[in-house]
Design a protein around this ligand. Structure first.
Ligand code: SF4
Ligand code: SF4
Length: 129
């Protein structure tokens, strides 16, 4: 790069100002494909455990008996694998980034999904069995 070209680049950069933003004071730019953070719907989760098995960072923990689903926000890299793998659509990838944190954040949810009762078969109804 010649001196003339370099001077041009320096001047252009000085005129433009910083290329970075003062996040989080200035909101981050997001687009349709931005992977911000994972959200969980406790009403549809069937405790199958697929998400925690797929997660490459061991960010998800499931306590099936206690009906507890947890995500460690410091471990999650927002790869989206759990969202893709959940067969019940209980996980969503939101565009917005999770707010910056300085402490370990483990988000804990109580699973509220209730398995619907099976309808009795017609013969069982008539015989009272
Ligand atoms: S987005 Fe990726 S890293 Fe984060 S919890 Fe899901 S599978 Fe794990
Ligand atoms: S969030 Fe989805 S994949 Fe994870 S335990 Fe619940 S139903 Fe299974």
């Amino acid at each position: 790069m010649g001196l003339f070209e370099m001077t041009g680049t320096v001047l252009r950069n000085l005129m433009r100002g910083p290329a970075t933003r003062r996040y989080p004071a200035v909101p981050a730019r997001t687009g349709p494909l931005t992977r911000g953070h994972v959200t969980f719907d406790p009403a549809t989760c069937r405790s199958c455990g697929l998400c925690s098995r797929r997660c490459p960072c061991e960010a998800i923990r499931l306590e099936k008996e206690a009906k507890v689903w947890e995500i460690d926000r410091m471990r999650c890299i927002a790869c989206g694998d759990c969202v893709e793998g959940c067969p019940f659509g209980s996980l969503t990838m939101e565009r917005e980034y999770f707010p910056p944190v300085v402490e370990h954040v483990v988000e804990r949810h109580t699973i509220t999904y209730v398995k619907p009762e099976k309808k009795p078969k017609p013969e069982e109804e008539s015989t009272g069995a």
